[in-house]
Design a protein around this ligand. Structure first.
Ligand SMILES: Cc1ncc(COP(=O)(O)O)c(C=O)c1O
Length: 486
């Protein structure tokens, strides 16, 4: 029986067979893209025609799935960031997996909201958190949450630290004149200062401690800074260590920093954005020694686990403190003893988001599909390739290694005779741009001790030694051409 109140259209297709054919064809577009990845340029500029196609007015009439997928295939898909390509070597990007493609599709079909309540998706996220808690040696009473990335995970970890030191009133009355100070290395990621800004503590209260020659935090300088701050009347409350700094992959001495944190009663937050998951490689797990002593740990699945963007994680040793920092349950969100509204505590009580997507599925599926042995082996292979590249650089007199290869990052520069350091900065910047524009490889550019460096980050399970040879050949070819024309 139909009613005049029934909607004129529902959004589900009426021709079910045609819809399935269209959906399968769309999946083929995705799979074809991945199958052909090695044959394409790493990156190519977005042409005007594609930009123009993305300036159309808001569609009042639908164009149907086939035409919409075709628009995506023609105007978006060829002009990506390139991080699924084996010679994408820039910043710190994961390279994605085929299981991730399927997981995203299944998660969309399920369309779960993981803010809370009693349903199976919640148990998938709890399973992932329990796996991570045990992997990193956190106690059973620890808590965790999947978030957009390490930036958000850092905000959450430090919000719990702030609440621990200032007490529950910080939620109703704000920070007040807090006098709080915290410490991290000069090499720490900018996300940490941003977290201090967002929490209203101000980035000036984050002391940047000088790093040693190997780019790790200088533990002696940390102790001296704490002493000086206490003498000046400040309240030290946290220290942030990094496992795998973004610029060079350096690993702070977590054990030594944890000892200082314990003695000084400071919250220890570890930024393990990519480096934490080195724990999955039996050959490299020593490099994260002490990570289980953190009060909070932020890391990403979308980097070295290759889970499709976005997927990060926060673990907090004191689960009760974590809950106290974020829990808020107005009447319309109250729980129940039974039924759909059960399932206490809800996951929205561990972070700022109420509505939460099913990120956990792609993490759970990645771990189950490949297993930690294969994922750890991919991490180990990346570290071996970084060593290989570092040795190639050291063997070439025209190249200079700019930092020790601590994990998976290699920073180097081309140093032609007869150029001063400023000219070399310009040359290396131009080389990186041309590598991108020619579609050869995509390293990124950074500064190491103030000098421009070609930065090769290998968090890519598709990269081979031949890809690194091709990168170096590209660097030398462009450098030669530029030296001739300059
Ligand atoms: C060491 C480190 N910390 C924090 C971040 C920020 O992580 P996300 O981009 O997932 O927010 C990064 C990103 O590369 C990083 O390398």
């Amino acid at each position: 029986m139909t009613s005049p109140l029934d909607p004129p259209t529902i959004l589900d297709a009426t021709d079910r067979l045609a819809w399935r054919a269209s959906a399968h064809a769309a999946l083929d577009v995705a799979l074809d893209h991945l199958d052909g990845i090695r044959g394409r340029a790493v990156w190519q500029p977005v042409p005007d025609q594609a930009k123009q196609a993305l300036l159309e007015p808001l569609p009042r009439e639908g164009q149907g799935l086939d035409d919409t997928v075709a628009a995506f295939r023609d105007s978006v898909l060829p002009y990506g960031n390139g991080n699924t390509h084996p010679r994408f070597l820039g910043w710190v990007h994961g390279s994605g997996t085929e299981a991730g493609v399927v997981a995203e599709m299944l998660a969309a079909a399920f369309n779960a909201n993981l803010g809370g309540r009693e349903h199976a998706a919640i148990y998938v996220e709890k399973q992932v958190i329990a796996w991570m808690r045990d992997l990193f040696g956190f106690p059973k009473t620890a808590s965790g949450l999947l978030v957009s990335g390490t930036s958000m995970a850092t905000v959450i970890g430090l919000a719990v630290a702030r609440q621990k030191v200032l007490g529950q009133s910080v939620r109703s009355q704000g920070n007040g004149a807090h006098g709080l100070v915290a410490y991290t290395s000069a090499e720490a990621h900018s996300a940490i200062a941003k977290a201090f800004e967002l929490l209203g503590l101000g980035s000036e209260c984050l002391r940047r401690i000088a790093s040693r020659d190997d780019f790790t935090l200088d533990v002696g300088a940390l102790e001296a800074a704490i002493r000086a701050d206490r003498a000046a009347g400040f309240r030290p409350f946290a220290v942030i260590a990094t496992v795998g700094t973004v610029n060079t992959g350096a690993r702070d001495d977590i054990e030594a920093i944890a000892d200082i944190a314990a003695r000084e009663k400071l919250w220890l937050h570890v930024d393990g954005a990519f480096g934490a998951l080195a724990i999955l490689s039996p050959r490299h797990k020593d490099r994260v020694k002490g990570i289980g002593r953190a009060d909070s740990l932020a890391f990403d699945f979308h980097k070295w686990l290759h889970v499709p963007y976005d997927a990060g994680c926060i673990l907090v040793r004191d689960g009760a403190a974590h809950l106290a920092a974020f829990s808020s349950r107005p009447d319309y969100l109250s729980g129940a003893a039974r039924g759909l509204a059960a399932g206490e505590p809800w996951l929205c009580e561990y972070g700022p988001d109420l509505s939460r997507g099913f990120r956990a599925l792609k993490v759970w599926m990645t771990l189950k599909t490949y297993g930690t042995d294969a994922l750890g082996a991919a991490i180990a292979a990346n570290c071996d390739l970084a060593q290989y590249l570092g040795q190639c650089v050291e063997r070439d007199e025209a190249l200079q290694l700019m930092a020790p290869v601590a994990l998976n990052i290699v920073c180097f520069r081309v140093c032609p005779e007869g150029m001063d350091e400023r000219q070399r900065d310009g040359l290396n910047g131009e080389i990186v741009m041309q590598l991108h524009e020619r579609g050869i490889a995509a390293p990124s550019l950074t500064r190491v001790r103030g000098r421009a460096a070609i930065r090769v980050n290998i968090t890519n399970h598709r990269t081979t030694a031949a890809d690194l040879d091709a990168l170096l050949a590209g660097v030398r070819m462009i450098a030669d051409k530029l030296s001739v024309t300059s």
